[in-house]
Design a protein around this ligand. Structure first.
Ligand code: NAD
Length: 426
Protein backbone atom coordinates (compact mmCIF):
# COMPACT_ATOMS: atom_id res chain seq x y z
CA UNK A 1 0.00 0.00 0.00
CA UNK A 2 1.15 3.55 -0.63
CA UNK A 3 -0.26 6.92 0.26
CA UNK A 4 -0.86 7.39 -3.46
CA UNK A 5 -2.68 4.21 -4.43
CA UNK A 6 -4.76 1.72 -2.51
CA UNK A 7 -3.05 -1.30 -3.93
CA UNK A 8 0.14 -2.37 -5.69
CA UNK A 9 -1.93 -4.34 -8.18
CA UNK A 10 -4.10 -1.32 -8.97
CA UNK A 11 -0.91 0.70 -9.57
CA UNK A 12 0.13 -1.78 -12.29
CA UNK A 13 -3.39 -1.87 -13.71
CA UNK A 14 -3.39 1.93 -13.95
CA UNK A 15 -0.17 1.69 -16.02
CA UNK A 16 -1.79 -0.94 -18.24
CA UNK A 17 -4.94 1.19 -18.63
CA UNK A 18 -2.88 4.23 -19.60
CA UNK A 19 -1.13 2.14 -22.27
CA UNK A 20 -4.49 0.75 -23.47
CA UNK A 21 -5.80 4.30 -23.79
CA UNK A 22 -2.87 5.41 -25.96
CA UNK A 23 -3.16 2.26 -28.07
CA UNK A 24 -6.95 2.48 -28.41
CA UNK A 25 -7.29 -1.04 -27.05
CA UNK A 26 -10.83 -2.40 -26.92
CA UNK A 27 -12.46 -2.65 -23.50
CA UNK A 28 -12.70 -6.44 -23.70
CA UNK A 29 -8.88 -6.72 -23.61
CA UNK A 30 -8.44 -3.96 -21.08
CA UNK A 31 -10.86 -5.70 -18.72
CA UNK A 32 -9.02 -9.01 -19.08
CA UNK A 33 -5.66 -7.38 -18.35
CA UNK A 34 -7.14 -5.69 -15.29
CA UNK A 35 -7.71 -9.09 -13.61
CA UNK A 36 -5.51 -12.07 -12.83
CA UNK A 37 -6.58 -15.29 -14.55
CA UNK A 38 -6.01 -17.51 -11.51
CA UNK A 39 -5.36 -16.73 -7.84
CA UNK A 40 -4.59 -19.56 -5.43
CA UNK A 41 -4.35 -18.97 -1.67
CA UNK A 42 -3.20 -21.87 0.45
CA UNK A 43 -2.96 -22.21 4.24
CA UNK A 44 -0.75 -25.15 5.11
CA UNK A 45 0.92 -26.68 8.18
CA UNK A 46 4.67 -27.04 8.69
CA UNK A 47 6.39 -28.94 11.51
CA UNK A 48 8.91 -26.63 13.17
CA UNK A 49 12.19 -27.83 14.71
CA UNK A 50 10.85 -27.43 18.27
CA UNK A 51 7.99 -29.89 17.57
CA UNK A 52 5.26 -27.27 17.22
CA UNK A 53 3.16 -26.90 14.08
CA UNK A 54 2.75 -23.54 12.37
CA UNK A 55 0.24 -22.58 9.70
CA UNK A 56 1.70 -20.61 6.79
CA UNK A 57 -0.14 -18.76 4.03
CA UNK A 58 1.10 -18.88 0.45
CA UNK A 59 -0.09 -17.73 -2.95
CA UNK A 60 0.36 -18.58 -6.62
CA UNK A 61 -1.13 -16.15 -9.09
CA UNK A 62 -1.25 -16.40 -12.88
CA UNK A 63 -1.99 -13.02 -14.41
CA UNK A 64 -1.96 -14.07 -18.06
CA UNK A 65 -0.99 -17.05 -20.20
CA UNK A 66 -2.03 -15.58 -23.53
CA UNK A 67 1.54 -15.55 -24.90
CA UNK A 68 2.62 -18.90 -23.43
CA UNK A 69 3.06 -20.67 -20.09
CA UNK A 70 2.86 -18.39 -17.05
CA UNK A 71 6.28 -17.50 -15.63
CA UNK A 72 7.36 -15.80 -12.44
CA UNK A 73 9.35 -16.04 -9.22
CA UNK A 74 8.50 -17.03 -5.67
CA UNK A 75 8.95 -14.57 -2.82
CA UNK A 76 9.42 -15.49 0.85
CA UNK A 77 8.83 -12.37 2.95
CA UNK A 78 7.01 -11.59 6.22
CA UNK A 79 5.02 -8.69 4.70
CA UNK A 80 4.07 -10.19 1.33
CA UNK A 81 0.35 -10.06 0.45
CA UNK A 82 -1.96 -11.45 -2.22
CA UNK A 83 -2.24 -7.93 -3.66
CA UNK A 84 1.56 -7.66 -3.98
CA UNK A 85 1.73 -11.11 -5.56
CA UNK A 86 -0.93 -10.11 -8.11
CA UNK A 87 1.01 -6.93 -8.92
CA UNK A 88 4.22 -8.92 -9.41
CA UNK A 89 2.39 -11.45 -11.62
CA UNK A 90 1.03 -8.65 -13.82
CA UNK A 91 4.52 -7.13 -14.09
CA UNK A 92 5.76 -10.54 -15.27
CA UNK A 93 3.18 -10.51 -18.10
CA UNK A 94 4.53 -7.12 -19.16
CA UNK A 95 8.20 -8.16 -18.81
CA UNK A 96 7.95 -11.35 -20.83
CA UNK A 97 6.13 -9.37 -23.53
CA UNK A 98 8.77 -6.58 -23.56
CA UNK A 99 11.48 -9.25 -23.86
CA UNK A 100 9.35 -10.97 -26.51
CA UNK A 101 9.85 -14.41 -25.02
CA UNK A 102 6.96 -16.91 -25.28
CA UNK A 103 5.62 -16.68 -21.74
CA UNK A 104 2.82 -15.10 -19.76
CA UNK A 105 3.13 -13.79 -16.21
CA UNK A 106 2.81 -15.38 -12.76
CA UNK A 107 4.15 -14.97 -9.23
CA UNK A 108 4.14 -16.90 -5.99
CA UNK A 109 4.78 -16.05 -2.37
CA UNK A 110 4.76 -17.40 1.17
CA UNK A 111 4.30 -15.14 4.19
CA UNK A 112 7.32 -16.14 6.27
CA UNK A 113 10.65 -14.81 7.46
CA UNK A 114 13.32 -17.12 6.01
CA UNK A 115 16.01 -15.38 8.10
CA UNK A 116 14.37 -16.72 11.26
CA UNK A 117 13.93 -20.30 9.98
CA UNK A 118 16.39 -23.21 9.97
CA UNK A 119 17.32 -24.93 6.69
CA UNK A 120 15.22 -27.94 7.73
CA UNK A 121 12.18 -25.78 8.41
CA UNK A 122 12.66 -23.97 5.09
CA UNK A 123 12.88 -27.29 3.27
CA UNK A 124 9.67 -28.61 4.87
CA UNK A 125 7.87 -25.31 4.15
CA UNK A 126 9.05 -25.31 0.53
CA UNK A 127 8.12 -28.94 -0.13
CA UNK A 128 4.62 -28.46 1.29
CA UNK A 129 4.10 -25.16 -0.57
CA UNK A 130 5.33 -26.80 -3.81
CA UNK A 131 2.80 -29.59 -3.30
CA UNK A 132 -0.01 -27.10 -2.62
CA UNK A 133 0.69 -25.14 -5.83
CA UNK A 134 1.40 -28.26 -7.91
CA UNK A 135 -2.17 -28.04 -9.25
CA UNK A 136 -1.02 -24.94 -11.14
CA UNK A 137 2.71 -25.27 -11.82
CA UNK A 138 4.34 -27.45 -14.46
CA UNK A 139 6.84 -27.14 -17.31
CA UNK A 140 4.03 -26.49 -19.79
CA UNK A 141 1.76 -24.40 -17.60
CA UNK A 142 3.53 -22.26 -15.01
CA UNK A 143 7.25 -22.16 -14.23
CA UNK A 144 8.49 -20.61 -10.93
CA UNK A 145 11.94 -19.07 -10.27
CA UNK A 146 13.70 -17.32 -7.37
CA UNK A 147 12.74 -13.87 -6.07
CA UNK A 148 13.27 -12.04 -2.77
CA UNK A 149 13.99 -14.51 0.04
CA UNK A 150 14.35 -17.58 -2.20
CA UNK A 151 17.42 -19.05 -3.91
CA UNK A 152 18.67 -21.94 -6.09
CA UNK A 153 18.47 -24.45 -3.18
CA UNK A 154 14.78 -23.64 -2.70
CA UNK A 155 14.25 -24.13 -6.46
CA UNK A 156 15.98 -27.53 -6.14
CA UNK A 157 13.53 -28.59 -3.41
CA UNK A 158 10.59 -27.49 -5.59
CA UNK A 159 11.97 -29.41 -8.57
CA UNK A 160 12.53 -32.52 -6.43
CA UNK A 161 9.09 -32.38 -4.78
CA UNK A 162 7.28 -31.95 -8.10
CA UNK A 163 9.36 -34.72 -9.70
CA UNK A 164 8.74 -37.17 -6.83
CA UNK A 165 4.97 -36.78 -7.22
CA UNK A 166 5.25 -37.53 -10.96
CA UNK A 167 7.72 -40.38 -10.49
CA UNK A 168 10.50 -39.03 -12.70
CA UNK A 169 12.76 -35.96 -12.90
CA UNK A 170 11.23 -32.83 -14.42
CA UNK A 171 13.92 -30.11 -14.35
CA UNK A 172 11.92 -27.72 -16.57
CA UNK A 173 9.26 -27.18 -13.87
CA UNK A 174 11.38 -24.46 -12.28
CA UNK A 175 14.29 -22.18 -13.28
CA UNK A 176 17.11 -20.62 -11.28
CA UNK A 177 18.14 -24.15 -10.19
CA UNK A 178 21.66 -25.14 -9.13
CA UNK A 179 23.84 -26.21 -12.08
CA UNK A 180 24.02 -29.81 -10.79
CA UNK A 181 20.33 -30.43 -11.54
CA UNK A 182 19.88 -28.57 -14.80
CA UNK A 183 20.41 -24.94 -13.89
CA UNK A 184 21.80 -22.67 -16.58
CA UNK A 185 25.18 -21.05 -16.66
CA UNK A 186 24.78 -17.31 -16.24
CA UNK A 187 21.34 -17.49 -14.54
CA UNK A 188 22.43 -16.58 -11.01
CA UNK A 189 23.72 -13.13 -11.97
CA UNK A 190 21.49 -12.63 -15.02
CA UNK A 191 19.20 -9.94 -13.59
CA UNK A 192 22.02 -7.78 -12.22
CA UNK A 193 24.15 -8.34 -15.31
CA UNK A 194 21.16 -7.30 -17.41
CA UNK A 195 20.83 -4.08 -15.39
CA UNK A 196 24.38 -3.30 -16.53
CA UNK A 197 23.49 -3.93 -20.19
CA UNK A 198 20.60 -1.48 -19.77
CA UNK A 199 22.69 1.06 -17.83
CA UNK A 200 25.17 1.11 -20.71
CA UNK A 201 22.44 1.70 -23.31
CA UNK A 202 20.82 4.38 -21.14
CA UNK A 203 24.16 6.11 -20.54
CA UNK A 204 24.70 6.28 -24.29
CA UNK A 205 21.38 8.09 -24.70
CA UNK A 206 22.55 10.62 -22.10
CA UNK A 207 25.96 10.95 -23.84
CA UNK A 208 27.63 9.46 -20.77
CA UNK A 209 30.14 6.65 -20.42
CA UNK A 210 30.03 3.97 -17.76
CA UNK A 211 33.77 4.47 -17.27
CA UNK A 212 34.07 6.48 -14.07
CA UNK A 213 30.29 6.94 -13.65
CA UNK A 214 29.25 7.03 -10.00
CA UNK A 215 26.68 4.46 -8.89
CA UNK A 216 24.49 3.93 -5.80
CA UNK A 217 22.77 0.58 -5.26
CA UNK A 218 19.87 -0.08 -2.90
CA UNK A 219 19.72 -3.74 -1.87
CA UNK A 220 22.70 -6.09 -2.01
CA UNK A 221 20.95 -9.38 -2.66
CA UNK A 222 20.88 -11.35 -5.89
CA UNK A 223 20.05 -8.38 -8.14
CA UNK A 224 21.83 -5.53 -6.36
CA UNK A 225 25.11 -7.33 -5.75
CA UNK A 226 25.37 -8.65 -9.32
CA UNK A 227 24.49 -5.20 -10.72
CA UNK A 228 27.18 -3.61 -8.52
CA UNK A 229 29.72 -6.25 -9.56
CA UNK A 230 29.10 -5.92 -13.31
CA UNK A 231 28.83 -2.12 -13.23
CA UNK A 232 32.19 -2.00 -11.40
CA UNK A 233 33.62 -4.31 -14.09
CA UNK A 234 32.42 -1.80 -16.71
CA UNK A 235 34.51 0.86 -14.95
CA UNK A 236 31.80 2.46 -12.79
CA UNK A 237 32.64 3.77 -9.34
CA UNK A 238 30.08 2.17 -6.99
CA UNK A 239 30.09 4.67 -4.14
CA UNK A 240 27.24 3.43 -1.95
CA UNK A 241 25.36 0.24 -1.18
CA UNK A 242 22.58 -0.35 1.34
CA UNK A 243 20.59 -3.36 2.48
CA UNK A 244 17.87 -3.99 5.05
CA UNK A 245 20.33 -3.86 7.96
CA UNK A 246 22.91 -1.25 7.00
CA UNK A 247 25.00 0.57 4.44
CA UNK A 248 28.49 1.32 3.24
CA UNK A 249 29.76 4.46 1.46
CA UNK A 250 33.11 5.31 -0.10
CA UNK A 251 33.43 8.35 -2.37
CA UNK A 252 36.50 6.75 -4.05
CA UNK A 253 34.48 3.68 -4.99
CA UNK A 254 33.84 0.49 -3.03
CA UNK A 255 35.84 -2.69 -3.67
CA UNK A 256 32.80 -4.74 -4.75
CA UNK A 257 34.62 -8.11 -4.84
CA UNK A 258 35.79 -7.52 -1.25
CA UNK A 259 32.27 -6.44 -0.25
CA UNK A 260 30.82 -9.62 -1.81
CA UNK A 261 33.33 -11.75 0.10
CA UNK A 262 32.43 -9.90 3.29
CA UNK A 263 28.67 -10.32 2.76
CA UNK A 264 29.08 -14.03 1.99
CA UNK A 265 31.37 -14.55 5.00
CA UNK A 266 31.82 -12.44 8.13
CA UNK A 267 28.87 -10.14 7.25
CA UNK A 268 26.42 -13.06 7.51
CA UNK A 269 24.55 -11.99 4.37
CA UNK A 270 24.71 -8.22 4.99
CA UNK A 271 27.02 -5.25 4.26
CA UNK A 272 26.93 -3.76 7.75
CA UNK A 273 30.40 -3.65 9.34
CA UNK A 274 32.36 -3.75 6.05
CA UNK A 275 35.65 -1.94 6.63
CA UNK A 276 36.14 -0.63 3.09
CA UNK A 277 33.85 2.36 3.65
CA UNK A 278 31.74 4.13 6.22
CA UNK A 279 28.12 3.63 7.28
CA UNK A 280 25.53 6.14 6.11
CA UNK A 281 22.56 7.53 8.07
CA UNK A 282 24.50 7.51 11.36
CA UNK A 283 24.34 3.73 11.28
CA UNK A 284 20.53 3.68 11.00
CA UNK A 285 19.50 1.47 8.06
CA UNK A 286 16.28 3.36 7.34
CA UNK A 287 18.04 6.72 7.27
CA UNK A 288 20.87 5.22 5.20
CA UNK A 289 18.39 4.06 2.56
CA UNK A 290 16.78 7.50 2.44
CA UNK A 291 20.25 9.06 2.11
CA UNK A 292 21.26 6.65 -0.66
CA UNK A 293 18.22 7.49 -2.79
CA UNK A 294 19.09 11.21 -2.57
CA UNK A 295 22.83 10.76 -3.17
CA UNK A 296 24.44 12.85 -5.92
CA UNK A 297 25.48 10.16 -8.45
CA UNK A 298 25.18 9.31 -12.13
CA UNK A 299 23.26 6.03 -11.83
CA UNK A 300 20.90 4.89 -9.09
CA UNK A 301 19.92 1.21 -9.00
CA UNK A 302 17.02 0.48 -6.64
CA UNK A 303 17.30 -3.30 -6.23
CA UNK A 304 15.42 -4.03 -3.01
CA UNK A 305 11.63 -3.82 -2.80
CA UNK A 306 8.59 -1.87 -4.06
CA UNK A 307 7.67 1.72 -3.27
CA UNK A 308 11.10 3.07 -2.35
CA UNK A 309 10.90 6.20 -4.52
CA UNK A 310 7.61 7.91 -3.65
CA UNK A 311 5.98 11.33 -3.98
CA UNK A 312 7.66 12.16 -0.67
CA UNK A 313 11.28 11.66 -1.77
CA UNK A 314 11.28 11.67 -5.60
CA UNK A 315 12.18 15.36 -5.81
CA UNK A 316 15.35 14.59 -3.84
CA UNK A 317 16.68 12.06 -6.36
CA UNK A 318 19.82 13.56 -7.90
CA UNK A 319 20.89 10.64 -10.10
CA UNK A 320 20.86 11.27 -13.85
CA UNK A 321 19.73 7.71 -14.62
CA UNK A 322 17.61 5.30 -12.55
CA UNK A 323 17.83 1.63 -13.53
CA UNK A 324 15.01 -0.23 -11.77
CA UNK A 325 16.55 -3.54 -10.71
CA UNK A 326 13.67 -4.12 -8.29
CA UNK A 327 10.05 -4.61 -9.30
CA UNK A 328 7.93 -1.52 -8.71
CA UNK A 329 10.50 0.57 -6.76
CA UNK A 330 8.93 3.83 -8.02
CA UNK A 331 5.31 4.78 -7.37
CA UNK A 332 3.27 6.22 -10.28
CA UNK A 333 3.30 9.70 -8.74
CA UNK A 334 7.06 9.57 -8.11
CA UNK A 335 7.55 8.45 -11.68
CA UNK A 336 5.94 11.67 -12.92
CA UNK A 337 8.10 13.81 -10.62
CA UNK A 338 11.29 12.10 -11.86
CA UNK A 339 10.23 12.59 -15.48
CA UNK A 340 9.44 16.26 -14.91
CA UNK A 341 12.85 16.68 -13.25
CA UNK A 342 14.65 15.15 -16.24
CA UNK A 343 15.74 11.93 -14.52
CA UNK A 344 16.06 9.17 -17.13
CA UNK A 345 14.21 6.21 -15.60
CA UNK A 346 14.52 2.77 -17.16
CA UNK A 347 11.48 0.92 -15.81
CA UNK A 348 11.54 -2.47 -14.12
CA UNK A 349 9.69 -4.17 -16.98
CA UNK A 350 12.71 -3.39 -19.18
CA UNK A 351 15.63 -2.96 -16.74
CA UNK A 352 15.31 -6.25 -14.87
CA UNK A 353 14.21 -8.63 -17.66
CA UNK A 354 17.66 -10.27 -17.69
CA UNK A 355 16.56 -12.82 -15.09
CA UNK A 356 13.50 -14.06 -16.93
CA UNK A 357 15.40 -14.12 -20.23
CA UNK A 358 18.05 -16.49 -18.88
CA UNK A 359 15.30 -18.42 -17.07
CA UNK A 360 13.78 -18.92 -20.51
CA UNK A 361 17.16 -20.18 -21.76
CA UNK A 362 17.32 -22.58 -18.80
CA UNK A 363 13.85 -23.93 -19.59
CA UNK A 364 14.75 -24.38 -23.28
CA UNK A 365 17.98 -26.18 -22.32
CA UNK A 366 16.05 -28.45 -19.93
CA UNK A 367 13.50 -29.36 -22.61
CA UNK A 368 16.27 -30.03 -25.13
CA UNK A 369 18.57 -31.70 -22.54
CA UNK A 370 21.36 -29.83 -24.25
CA UNK A 371 23.36 -27.14 -22.48
CA UNK A 372 24.93 -23.94 -23.75
CA UNK A 373 28.18 -22.20 -22.83
CA UNK A 374 28.07 -19.07 -20.68
CA UNK A 375 29.44 -16.87 -23.44
CA UNK A 376 26.57 -17.88 -25.73
CA UNK A 377 24.05 -17.26 -22.97
CA UNK A 378 25.41 -13.80 -22.09
CA UNK A 379 25.54 -12.88 -25.76
CA UNK A 380 21.96 -14.00 -26.44
CA UNK A 381 20.77 -12.18 -23.31
CA UNK A 382 22.55 -8.97 -24.37
CA UNK A 383 21.00 -9.16 -27.84
CA UNK A 384 17.45 -9.65 -26.56
CA UNK A 385 17.85 -6.81 -24.04
CA UNK A 386 19.36 -4.46 -26.62
CA UNK A 387 16.47 -5.16 -29.01
CA UNK A 388 13.93 -4.55 -26.23
CA UNK A 389 15.65 -1.28 -25.24
CA UNK A 390 15.73 -0.10 -28.85
CA UNK A 391 12.06 -0.94 -29.42
CA UNK A 392 11.01 0.86 -26.22
CA UNK A 393 13.19 3.86 -27.07
CA UNK A 394 11.61 4.16 -30.52
CA UNK A 395 8.11 4.14 -29.03
CA UNK A 396 9.09 6.70 -26.40
CA UNK A 397 10.43 9.01 -29.12
CA UNK A 398 7.46 8.51 -31.45
CA UNK A 399 4.93 8.97 -28.67
CA UNK A 400 6.92 11.70 -26.87
CA UNK A 401 6.58 9.83 -23.61
CA UNK A 402 8.73 8.31 -20.88
CA UNK A 403 10.35 4.88 -21.12
CA UNK A 404 7.89 3.40 -18.61
CA UNK A 405 4.82 4.28 -20.67
CA UNK A 406 6.62 3.20 -23.85
CA UNK A 407 7.61 -0.19 -22.38
CA UNK A 408 4.07 -0.75 -21.14
CA UNK A 409 2.69 0.12 -24.59
CA UNK A 410 5.03 -2.36 -26.27
CA UNK A 411 4.02 -5.08 -23.79
CA UNK A 412 0.28 -4.41 -23.96
CA UNK A 413 0.38 -4.37 -27.75
CA UNK A 414 1.99 -7.82 -27.81
CA UNK A 415 -0.32 -9.35 -25.21
CA UNK A 416 -3.44 -7.91 -26.88
CA UNK A 417 -2.24 -9.22 -30.25
CA UNK A 418 -1.98 -12.72 -28.73
CA UNK A 419 -5.40 -12.48 -27.07
CA UNK A 420 -7.09 -11.26 -30.23
CA UNK A 421 -5.42 -13.91 -32.42
CA UNK A 422 -6.43 -16.69 -30.04
CA UNK A 423 -9.98 -15.42 -29.54
CA UNK A 424 -12.20 -16.34 -26.62
CA UNK A 425 -12.93 -19.96 -25.73
CA UNK A 426 -15.52 -21.45 -26.21
P1 NAD B 1 17.20 -10.80 -2.45
O1 NAD B 1 16.35 -11.34 -1.36
O2 NAD B 1 18.31 -11.60 -2.99
O3 NAD B 1 17.80 -9.39 -1.99
C1 NAD B 1 17.03 -8.32 -1.51
C2 NAD B 1 18.00 -7.27 -0.98
O4 NAD B 1 17.27 -6.10 -0.61
C3 NAD B 1 18.75 -7.71 0.28
O5 NAD B 1 20.06 -7.19 0.26
C4 NAD B 1 17.95 -7.06 1.40
O6 NAD B 1 18.72 -6.84 2.59
C5 NAD B 1 17.58 -5.76 0.74
N1 NAD B 1 16.43 -5.10 1.33
C6 NAD B 1 15.25 -5.65 1.72
N2 NAD B 1 14.46 -4.70 2.23
C7 NAD B 1 15.13 -3.54 2.15
C8 NAD B 1 14.86 -2.21 2.52
N3 NAD B 1 13.70 -1.89 3.10
N4 NAD B 1 15.80 -1.27 2.29
C9 NAD B 1 16.98 -1.61 1.71
N5 NAD B 1 17.31 -2.84 1.34
C10 NAD B 1 16.39 -3.79 1.58
O7 NAD B 1 16.18 -10.39 -3.61
P2 NAD B 1 16.50 -10.18 -5.16
O8 NAD B 1 16.23 -11.45 -5.85
O9 NAD B 1 17.80 -9.48 -5.30
O10 NAD B 1 15.33 -9.17 -5.55
C11 NAD B 1 15.41 -7.76 -5.37
C12 NAD B 1 14.38 -7.08 -6.24
O11 NAD B 1 14.60 -7.42 -7.61
C13 NAD B 1 12.92 -7.48 -5.98
O12 NAD B 1 12.08 -6.38 -6.24
C14 NAD B 1 12.68 -8.58 -7.00
O13 NAD B 1 11.30 -8.77 -7.27
C15 NAD B 1 13.43 -8.01 -8.17
N6 NAD B 1 13.80 -8.98 -9.21
C16 NAD B 1 14.51 -10.10 -8.90
C17 NAD B 1 14.88 -10.98 -9.92
C18 NAD B 1 15.74 -12.19 -9.67
O14 NAD B 1 16.15 -12.83 -10.66
N7 NAD B 1 16.08 -12.53 -8.44
C19 NAD B 1 14.49 -10.73 -11.24
C20 NAD B 1 13.78 -9.57 -11.52
C21 NAD B 1 13.45 -8.70 -10.48
Amino acid sequence: MTAETNSLFEAVVSQINAACERLNVKDAYRLRLGKCERELTTNFPVKMDDGTVKIFTGFRVQHSDSRGPAKGGIRYHPDVTLDETKALAARMTLKTAVANIPYGGAKGAVICNPELMSQNELERLTRRYATEISILIGPESDIPAPDVGTNPQIMAWIMDTYSMAKGYSIPAVVTGKPLEIGGSKGRFEATGRGCTVIAKLAAKQKHMSLEGATVAVQGFGNVGSAAAKWLAREGCRVIAVTDVKGSVYNSKGLDIEALLNYRNGAGGGFVIGFKGGEAMGNGNAKLANAELLALPCDILVPAALENQITAANAAQVKAKIVVEGANGPTTPEASKILYDNGVYVIPDILANIGGVIVSYFEWVQNIESFFWEEEEINDKQRRIMTNAFTEVLEISKAEKTDMRTAACMLAVKRVVAAMSTRGIYP
